[in-house]
Design a protein around this ligand. Structure first.
Ligand code: SF4
Ligand code: SF4
Length: 355
């Protein structure tokens, strides 16, 4: 049976702005039924790396917040810390970046909570019936939320072809160790040329996997539990992820984490996707290149698989080509959709309802 995906284009007129249309889209997709009754509701976002301008404008997020509050819910804005060293790799930098990018309470109307804590170590291991994983680590405050509205900027991605709602769920809700296990099957590695032997990583490592010998740190792969903490605590930025997973495996692992992210709140989750400023790479970069597609519109659904399928179909239709395969020719983006469908996250068959 097809899922319903609600769609609005970017036309607007006096009395019916794009913000008004966003509210109408959310109500049509069932936000009143999926949040409310005092539910602590995670509004899962990507606040944008500092320097990036393609992330969703906070004024749209305010409308999401208002709709949740009107339904009786208690919304908070949230994301998890990044795997790599950047402007969102710990909660302090993350919140400062979010506010710099406009996600202050005065604009968005809701408090900010970093879902996996100060250094990305606050996670709940959620049991799942995956083909690769039997449990996945999800940012604790997302796992503990009663309801979730996932707000996504649909764009290209170098490992997944496109980054949509499934990526916002799977990669975006995973704690740092979950992100590491999606990208790599081996432990991080120290580049000795940058190592000063300061020992910060040794003090931080929860499994005693790092030793400093002759003023250079080395990681024992046998002892490493893959928490990824050493990557972000190193003051020299000389501990690196071994980016060794193939795109197909990253996509499979990602959707298994997405399954964990919605676990326990499948009936209290809603997904909203902005197909605008479709940049070739993800918003984790501190810049965004020119769009690879014309702007398409805004979509919402209670089915994350149907929503991503509809977004990619509309991009291809508007572009006249598949800009994601053109930009990332070695990546088959359909893997994330077929794997998610196999896992029961949703269906690729949908009915588009235009508002
Ligand atoms: S990833 Fe975690 S467990 Fe592994 S070496 Fe680094 S700090 Fe230690
Ligand atoms: S924290 Fe970085 S610089 Fe310090 S010992 Fe570890 S790898 Fe070397």
């Amino acid at each position: 049976m097809p899922s319903t995906v609600w769609f609005t284009d970017l036309s607007a007129r006096p009395g019916n702005s794009l913000i008004d249309k966003t509210g109408a889209l959310l109500r049509a997709a069932g936000i009143r039924e999926r949040t409310g009754r005092g539910a602590l509701t995670a509004v899962k976002l990507h606040f944008g790396e500092k320097g990036n301008t393609a992330f969703i404008r906070p004024i749209f997020v305010r409308k999401v917040v208002e709709e949740i509050a009107a339904a009786g819910g208690r919304p908070f804005l949230t994301d998890t810390n990044t795997l790599y060293v950047g402007t969102r790799s710990n909660a302090v930098d993350h919140l400062n970046t979010a506010i710099t990018n406009g996600f202050a309470w005065a604009v968005a109307g809701a408090p900010l909570v970093v879902a996996d804590g100060l250094r990305g170590e606050s996670a709940v291991r959620v049991p799942i019936a995956g083909k690769i994983f039997r449990e996945v680590p999800i940012g604790a405050e997302i796992a503990h939320a009663d309801a979730m509205v996932v707000v996504t900027h649909f764009k290209g991605h170098e490992l997944c072809g496109f980054g949509g709602t499934l990526k916002n769920l799977g990669m975006g809700c995973a704690s740092r160790s979950g992100k590491l296990s999606q990208h790599s099957s081996v432990s991080p590695a120290v580049d000795p040329s940058g190592c000063t032997g300061c020992g910060t990583c040794v003090a931080h490592c929860p499994s005693g996997a790092i030793a400093v010998v002759a003023a250079k740190a080395a990681i024992s792969p046998e002892s490493c539990i893959g928490c990824a903490g050493c990557i972000v605590v190193c003051p020299e930025g000389t501990v690196n992820v071994n980016w060794n997973e193939a795109s197909s495996t990253v996509q499979r692992k990602m959707v298994e984490h997405a399954l964990g992210a919605v676990s326990g709140k499948r009936s209290s989750s809603l997904f909203l996707s902005f197909v605008t400023q479709v940049s070739p790479y993800c918003d984790c970069y501190g810049h965004n290149d020119r769009p690879v597609s014309p702007d398409v519109g805004i979509l919402a659904s209670d089915d994350p698989v149907a929503l991503d399928q509809a977004c990619v179909d509309l991009v291809i239709r508007a572009s006249g080509i598949d800009p994601f395969r053109a930009t990332h020719p070695s990546v088959d983006w359909s893997i994330q959709l077929s794997c998610a469908e196999e896992l029961g996250l949703g269906t690729r068959t949908y009915r588009l309802e235009t508002l």
